[in-house]
Design a protein around this ligand. Sequence first.
Ligand SMILES: [Ca+2]
Ligand SMILES: [Ca+2]
Length: 408
Amino acid sequence: MAHKSKVAVRAAVFAGLFVIGVLLPGVGGGSSARADAAPVSPAAPGAVANDDFDQALVIDDVFYTNTQDVIKATLAADDPVLPCVGSKKYNSVWYRFTPSANDTLIFSTDGSNYGPDIAVWTGARGSLANKACSGQSRAEVAVAAGTTYFIEIVRGADIISPPPTAMNLALAVWPASTHPASFAKTGPANGAGYQPAKATLSWDTSAYAASYAYCYDTTDNDACDTSWNAATSKEAILSSLSLGATYYWQVRATNSASTVDADSGAWWSFTTARASDLNHWTGTVTETSKPTAFDVHTDGTHWLNFTFSFAFSGCNTTGTAKASIGGPGVIAGRSFSYHDAGLAFNGSFPTATTAEGRFSLTNYPVCVWIQPGYCCWDSVTTSGAWTATGPDLPPVPPVYTPLQLSGH
Ligand SMILES: [Ca+2]
Ligand SMILES: [Ca+2]
């Protein structure tokens, strides 16, 4: 069950999707099923060049990068047990490196799509000595000049669901002394207004960064007056921001070498919508009692805080879950729309006090809690219509038609 949870969590993180917890006691059951591809001979089409220890790809120097599809890679009978995960795991591929100087290196599988584990070995086939092992995407290893290191990358997860059609490995190696690369904040845009109380901060990747931290406060002094909050992904969803307040924020990237601030140290700001800026609209998913709600800026130009509930059926149960997007999004021509990788909705205003639209979910992950700490991940694909009512929408500006000349 732990493995099952690990796989699904990784899949959800890669998809970058919003997930919702639903408590469901007493459902589950462990699984020992394996998703290994059928055995293939080394000469089969699509075979992986460095599948076997004896065909390890040579890392000639760092920095080093290599990408390949390892779905046809296999486990050899004498592949070693990874001490950090307690077994040999699957789809092993091999690299080797003989440094010319003592160094400390980072081996990274960031950007791979199957959650690889990393092990680094010295010695000879059949009697390898483990120097590093990581169930995460990176391993840090002190290497000695003249020693040959064997780097083994495996699929750690017992099951990947749905079964992948490609397992893309992205291996990168760099000295641990490398500073995080300069990077930029992406949203909300600097100076943006009408932000929701659950604003989403986002930023670009900083190459070589191990982690990120963000700070937001209400004092405009290019300094953190609250505290730095750890983040491992490229966004953070804030909560319970004050209405009608201006926030100043910054993100920094850290690794074992140093810390680098985004945008060369420049702080950004955004302002949340005031309560008096917003009209609240409520309704239901059509032909059900499941609620829909969103806010509209009183000038009719933006929506915020769009929420709808949907039914799901999976993990041996049925239930209701909720999807929520803070926005803001633009309302143009009395209509609006939103879509990301797994969720889409649109709406329009037939009258000043009524709204209607549709929503759809595509492989949208929903966590059904089996017991504390473990959830069954359901993948929901559904669609429907919604209707809502609200206080009023500003009148559509009159459309002036050209004066018709008469008499001919
Ligand atoms: Ca192999
Ligand atoms: Ca400040």
